[in-house]
Design a protein around this ligand. Structure first.
Ligand SMILES: [Zn+2]
Length: 454
């Protein structure tokens, strides 16, 4: 009875007196156009809007070249006369999967950059129908609405409504970190046949940004290759100059650069598990997205980057980093290969933020000894007091590591009031330092002092 009343009073349910426009003829002509040659012109009038400050980014037609056993897909990107080439390369045997037919990968790679730099796109090669529809209709408007300064790029080009050849491979990235090994543990022997992992891939599209990146990337490649060999996966190693050609803040934009490497190989993948986020879906956030990690809105962005031929999942999205660590605690491949470190020393250093986070989590789970092959557990036990002080400081500092909350709840009983007091001093100092780093003059002074002392 109540529902009936609501239905009658809700204006959304009242019938319009007449249709605003007739759709019958328009649909049939659009369909005829779309399916006549598999292409449909798509043109947003770049001069019709008021934003005259926008620059034009032209993505030239991508092409594939093979040399020295490697195949390279590249496209020239013309930013109002400044031409840069972006390339992505794989071993020659995977060259046939490089997608030269579409602009998709390059469009996604530069989408967030263009939103920040106020650019519009002209794509010489067509864009996949669903990709263009999804990013224009859902992704761009949502991000712009929730931000104070992002621009909504206009996109011009042809729509490709054809199906591409697709090998139906199922892949995930293999950094051997918590997220990556969680994707392997959960999907290697999936009961869903079309979602069973077949390939592991190690991409270099921005994560390896240190001066010594070649050495570290080589070590990581060998480590991942050995993992794939031992557990029977195909292994692909790729390289790209995207981060050099268009430098972007990796934390804020990693979803875009990573999906660039997925869409470049969209003729290979039927399913791709993108495993990057340390948060679960409860942390979904669009507000002020220009200042936050892009993994906070993967629940929106990854479906927008997917198509009927390639489904991209935010793998592990139902779990926190701690819950993933818990699942891996008894996973033998993780006990042999886990690598979470941000240093350049090869293995885990035990002392960087990611090593500390993982060690205290394993401590809370009572699983330290199981990981003695990848961490120096004796060192941890010897310095456990310092690790617990660091853990307590993360709870006090408003900018502390949120991913150790669950470990803190378990280990709290081992943290004495004296240790808490010490942690408070550390937390206040860390907070002041992080705030001061945002003031350009103080940052400059700090760098000068730090440089002189190093
Ligand atoms: Zn480390």
């Amino acid at each position: 009875m109540r529902e009936e009343t609501l239905a009658l009073t809700d204006p959304a349910f009242s019938l319009p007196e007449e249709l605003l426009f007739s759709v019958q003829g328009k649909i049939s002509s659009a369909e005829q156009l779309a399916f006549s040659d598999g292409m449909s012109k798509f043109f947003e009038n770049l001069s019709s809007e008021t934003d005259v400050s926008a620059k034009i980014v032209t993505i030239r037609r991508p092409e594939v070249k093979t040399f020295n056993g490697r195949s390279r897909l590249s496209a020239k990107i013309d930013v109002s006369g400044d031409v840069r080439e972006v390339w992505f390369e794989v071993e020659e045997k995977y060259g046939k999967f490089l997608c030269f037919e579409r602009s998709d990968a390059f469009l996604v790679a530069l989408l967030n950059w263009a939103m920040r730099e106020r650019c519009d796109f002209v794509c010489e090669a067509p864009v996949g129908e669903e990709l263009l529809y999804q990013i224009r209709t859902y992704l761009i408007p949502s991000l712009v609405k929730a931000s104070k300064r992002l621009h909504a790029p206009k996109i011009s080009g042809e729509i490709d409504v054809k199906m591409l050849p697709n090998a139906g491979a199922v892949g995930t990235g293999i950094s051997c970190g918590i997220d990556s090994l969680h994707a392997v543990a959960c999907n290697a022997q999936s009961p869903f046949p079309h979602l069973r992992l077949t390939h592991l891939i190690l991409n270099n599209v921005g994560a390896f940004s240190h001066d010594d990146e070649d050495r570290q990337f080589r070590w990581q490649t060998e480590h991942a290759k050995q993992f794939a060999r031992e557990y029977g996966f195909e292994f692909i190693q790729t390289n790209s100059n995207l981060a050099e050609a268009f430098p972007q803040n990796h934390l804020l934009t990693h979803t875009y650069s990573s999906i660039f490497s997925v869409l470049v190989l969209q003729k290979l993948w039927g399913v791709y598990f993108y495993a990057s986020s340390g948060y679960d879906f409860g942390a979904f956030e669009l507000k002020n997205n220009e200042f936050n990690s892009s993994d906070h809105y993967e629940l929106l962005s990854l479906p927008c980057f997917s198509s009927r031929q390639l489904k991209i999942y935010s793998e592990g999205g139902a779990k926190t980093r701690f819950e993933k660590t818990k699942l891996l605690a008894d996973f033998v491949p993780a006990q042999k290969y886990l690598h979470v470190c941000t240093s350049d020393i090869g293995g885990n250093c035990n002392v960087c933020g990611k090593c500390r986070r993982t060690l205290v989590s394993l401590d809370a789970l009572g699983k330290l000894e199981e990981f003695c092959a990848v961490f120096d557990i004796d060192y941890y036990k010897l310095h456990r007091r310092k690790y617990l002080r660091w853990l307590a400081a993360q709870q006090i500092n408003p900018c502390g590591d949120l991913m150790v909350k669950e470990a803190f709840k378990i280990l709290r009983k081992d943290i004495s009031p004296v240790l808490f007091a010490e942690a408070s001093v550390l937390a206040v100092a860390a907070f002041v330092r992080s705030r001061a780093a945002k003031i350009p003059l103080l940052r400059k002074i700090y760098r000068k002092i730090f440089k002189r002392n190093s």
